[in-house]
Design a protein around this ligand. Structure first.
Ligand SMILES: [Zn+2]
Length: 375
């Protein structure tokens, strides 16, 4: 079937465009009238045999159908419901899970071109284990979003009890005020899971998969804005990818996504910043040791935007891509809210080793872009 997630429109009598947004739109053509009729049959209700019969009835020569299907597949326009079925069977088993994820599946089908690729990626998310550090407005919402996106194991780590200002739509609910933060976040994760599964915290029986990713979303946004290299030591040592996200004052931050040894880590960022600004270490020491205000400044909309973007970056990474936060930081400040990005260079003096590679790991996602197809 043609991917139903992509809108279809004839640009003129001969060329048909699949998809409205340029990032994934594809123009196909020139298409003759008979082939155009054939296209309308690729709606997933017919198997290959039946399609062959219909093609013959339309007077198309043998092999024309297969050639057309090959070209559509090459252009990333073809979905194969049969090929994707084994991957989604597990989700089908959980009541309503696949229906809850159907829109996410549609999104994956737009991004990933090969037939069946969307279903395979969605199924793979179930086997992923992600830890979210921090259960404030940003952290709790990130955890809920990851769980809702089909990530199988989402653990949340935080201390103390839920404060009234931790409450956020999509995050911790008002009823949780006064509860232990980690317990409240665990329930939120369970409730957000597409299968409606109860509490899942990676403590389930059976073999424990390693962490695919840590999302560092501290309630005190300083730890995301100027991440402490000591906290990241273990992740760097074990090669665990980690992504920073948070709100500090009236600025939201997403990134960097650190691939230890490949892209700039917290240590690289701190060294690089100190090279540029000799006063930086002194200020950092004061910020980190100083008495913090009990209620961190945090705008609801900004926190939701940061959480949403961070979760999307995290899921893109889990799906096998290197999102734009890889080795870079995206920042946005109230009230103008213009996103800006800063590339973070690995530092030669950092023990993580990224700065000693000839070239930091580069984003190499398959940029699909505009595609044209003749035939
Ligand atoms: Zn480093």
């Amino acid at each position: 079937m043609l991917k139903p997630a992509l809108r279809r429109a004839w640009r003129n009598l001969q060329f048909v465009q699949f998809g409205a947004a340029p990032a994934h739109a594809v123009v196909v053509g020139p298409v003759d009238t008979t082939t155009g009729s054939l296209l309308t049959l690729f709606d997933g209700t017919r198997g290959l045999e039946l399609l062959r019969e219909e093609a013959r009835a339309l007077g198309l020569p043998d092999g024309r159908l297969e050639a057309l299907l090959d070209r559509l597949a090459e252009a990333g326009l073809l979905e194969d419901p049969v090929a994707g079925a084994p991957a989604t069977d597990a989700l089908r088993g959980e009541s309503g899970a696949l229906d809850r994820l159907r829109a996410d599946l549609g999104s994956l089908s737009v991004v990933h071109r090969e037939p069946g690729g969307a279903a395979r990626r969605l199924a793979a998310r179930r086997g992923m284990r992600v830890q979210v550090r921090g259960a404030g407005r940003v952290g709790a919402a990130v955890a809920a979003l990851l769980s809702a996106s089909g990530v199988g194991r989402v653990e949340v780590r935080d201390g103390d009890r839920v404060e009234p200002w931790d409450v956020a739509p999509g995050g911790l609910p008002a009823e949780a005020v006064g509860e232990r933060r980690d317990a409240a976040a665990r329930r939120l994760v369970g409730r957000s899971a597409p299968g409606g599964r109860a509490v899942r915290d990676g403590r389930a029986a059976g073999s424990e998969p390693g962490l695919s990713l840590v999302v560092v979303a501290p309630r005190d946004g300083l730890a995301a804005y100027a991440p402490d290299p000591v906290t990241a030591d273990d992740w760097v040592a074990t090669g665990t990818p980690h992504l920073y996200a948070g709100v500090i004052e009236a600025t939201g931050v997403v990134g960097p996504l650190v691939l230890p040894g490949g892209t700039a880590c917290a240590g690289c960022v701190e060294r690089e910043r100190s090279d540029r600004d000799p006063a930086w270490p002194r200020m950092l020491a004061q910020w980190r040791s100083g008495r913090r205000s009990r209620v961190p400044a945090c705008d609801q909309g900004l926190a939701a935007a940061v959480a949403g973007l961070a979760a999307a970056h995290a899921v893109a990474f889990l799906d096998g891509e290197l999102p734009a936060s890889t080795g870079a930081r995206w920042e946005v400040s109230l009230p103008l809210l213009e996103w800006r990005s800063e590339r973070l260079s690995p530092h030669a003096g950092c023990p993580c080793g990224a700065g000693r590679r000839p070239e930091g790991m580069r984003a190499s996602g398959p940029a699909s872009g505009q595609d044209t197809m003749a035939g």
